[in-house]
Write a protein that binds this ligand. Structure first.
Ligand SMILES: [Zn+2]
Length: 71
């Protein structure tokens, strides 16, 4: 298991899987994920990683990047 935290990613930097374990809370109105912790762990190999946020998307509109808040 390696510690690859620091750079937000959608894929495990070690094995490439895209399933992670994360602490989440659910929005009682929408029943979707309302909040998630940025410390995540690859479900396959256990590598520690940093969860991405919409602001981390290089394809995102730069105007939107200035609106959000980091958790
Ligand atoms: Zn992995």
């Amino acid at each position: 298991m390696i510690d690859a935290r620091g750079i937000p990613t959608c894929e495990c930097p070690n094995c490439g899987d895209n399933l992670f374990r994360a602490l989440v809370s659910f929005d009682p109105e929408t029943y979707t994920i309302g909040m998630y912790h940025l410390d995540i762990q690859c479900h396959s190999c256990g590598t520690l990683a940093t969860a991405p946020t919409p602001m981390d998307n290089p394809e995102a509109d730069t105007e939107d990047k200035n609106k959000g808040e980091k958790f």
